[in-house]
Design a protein around this ligand. Structure first.
Ligand SMILES: [Fe+2]
Length: 239
């Protein structure tokens, strides 16, 4: 999930209710508007993929191609590139991971919302099942599956899981802050981002609970996360 691609009405509840109208095969209109039902995004499992595919994942180029094939919304495309970019930077600068591992982190970000545009009701089951059918690294799959624990009911475990969760909403929020500042990211201060977080009316669709929950699960504080994103995000663009 994330700020830039959420539509009004999609953001208020983790367990969204839908009014639906079905047309029967006989052409009789059956109005089910009085029978609200809940669509659950819970994935119902904690294990994804197979160990035999450890280290196997789409290249950065292939991930971007898949993302662009599935996602039409350019704001969502940018959000996914931004999350991927900050994950890659974190893997390289903070964890000194090698090039292949850093690419896996970036690909997790690039693909984490890949199915939101076309199949919002199947988010993120669709992308997980697609990657599983291709044979994909279990850690990458688990990171995508756990990027919103309250939505998918999958608990973050690995460092990649935790950092994707930590960067997702916060990256979108900081991008929103940049859009209302005359200088964009230039001179952005941690203090002013935190002040905006307390302003409930600003970027109201961003889930503050997720931001604070994600930060509470890792040793890195919220200030450092904000500083890191605001330093690296301006360098990331659509390709
Ligand atoms: Fe997202």
């Amino acid at each position: 999930m994330g700020l830039c691609h959420q539509e009004p009405g999609r953001q208020s509840s983790r367990s969204r209710r839908y009014l639906c109208t079905l047309r029967s095969l006989a052409g009789i209109l059956i109005d089910m508007s009085s029978e609200q039902h809940t669509i659950s995004h819970e994935l119902g499992r904690q294990e994804f993929g197979s160990p035999e595919y450890t280290g196997v994942f789409p290249s950065r180029e292939d991930a971007i191609a898949l993302m662009k094939d599935w996602v039409e919304n350019p704001r969502l495309q940018l959000h996914m590139m931004q999350v991927g970019g900050v994950l890659k930077a974190w893997a390289e600068e903070k964890l000194s991971l090698d090039a292949s591992a850093a690419e896996k982190w970036e690909v997790a970000g690039i693909l984490h919302d890949a199915d939101w545009d076309k199949w919002p009701d199947e988010h993120c089951r669709k992308i997980i099942e697609h990657l599983e059918s291709q044979g994909c690294d279990p850690e990458l799959l688990h990171a995508i599956a756990s990027h919103s624990p309250s939505f998918f009911a999958v608990t973050p475990v690995s460092t990649l899981d935790h950092m994707l969760y930590a960067f997702d909403e916060l990256s979108g929020f900081i991008h929103a802050v940049s859009l209302v500042r005359p200088g964009g990211y230039e001179g952005m201060k941690v203090k002013s981002v935190k002040k905006k977080l307390k302003e409930k009316s600003f970027a109201a669709q961003v889930n503050r609970d997720d931001i604070h929950d994600a930060a509470s699960r890792i040793e890195t504080g919220l200030d450092e996360l904000i500083q890191f994103i605001s330093n690296h995000q301006p360098k990331i663009s659509l390709e």
